[in-house]
Design a protein around this ligand. Structure first.
Ligand SMILES: Cc1cc2nc3c(=O)[nH]c(=O)nc-3n(C[C@H](O)[C@H](O)[C@H](O)COP(=O)(O)O)c2cc1C
Length: 187
């Protein structure tokens, strides 16, 4: 499932209700652990399919066939990492989202992992959400005021169970809202 595109991932399921793409960047594995917890939360909602991919591997089909997109980044200099920013820039350069606003009305959410307690996690989540808002997506939170987050250095050496639970809650909430929105749009 994780290496395949949505088409392959959903081939076994006749009628997937809601598709959630979880896209992330991670160098030392922390953001990847949070991404996996987000995936677990999505899976906890029945009728939902999830695709986990590094931002650089996401295809146009992954992006456009998703009903919801959750993006996670490590904090780099109090903001999203360059890889994640490039991912958003490529929505235009590679996938041509504008001027049609091809991501319009998809559900969006964010999560972030930083070394320090207060050194950019909220900015990172808000700039991810800002990129989504610029694409006329519908952004939601979960697991925290702006999304789920974790601290990995200093007095907090590694992601703890509460932070993983927050990430799972984010995935659950995104899937539930996406399912409700898709069901109401189909009427
Ligand atoms: C270039 C660089 C800049 C960083 N800047 C920050 C920062 O501004 N604030 C912060 O809290 N952590 C910062 N960090 C620490 C990372 O966010 C932290 O180690 C995180 O757990 C890495 O996630 P990963 O394991 O998914 O790669 C920085 C790390 C790097 C490599």
């Amino acid at each position: 499932m994780f290496a395949a595109g949505f088409g392959e991932a959903f081939a076994e399921d006749a009628a997937p209700l809601v598709k959630v793409l979880v896209a992330y960047h991670s160098l030392s594995g922390n953001t990847e652990r949070m991404a996996e917890a987000v995936v677990a939360g999505v899976k906890s909602v029945s009728g939902t399919e999830v695709l986990l991919k590094r931002v650089g591997k996401v295809t146009a089909d992954d992006l456009f066939s998703a009903d919801a997109v959750v993006v996670g980044s490590p904090v780099y200099w109090s903001n999203m990492s360059g890889e994640v920013k490039t991912f958003f820039d490529n929505w235009q350069f590679k996938f041509g989202v504008f001027p049609e606003f091809k991501m319009k009305n998809k559900i969006g959410a964010a999560f972030a992992v930083g070394g320090q307690v207060s050194s950019g996690k909220e900015v990172t989540m808000l700039t991810i959400l800002a990129a989504m808002l610029g694409n006329q997506m519908i952004v939601v939170s979960g697991g925290g005021a702006f999304g789920a987050s974790a601290t990995t250095e200093g007095d907090s050496p590694g992601i703890d169970n509460q932070e993983l639970a927050d990430a799972k809650e984010l995935g659950r909430r995104v899937a539930e809202i996406a399912a409700r929105f898709k069901a109401s749009s189909a009427k």
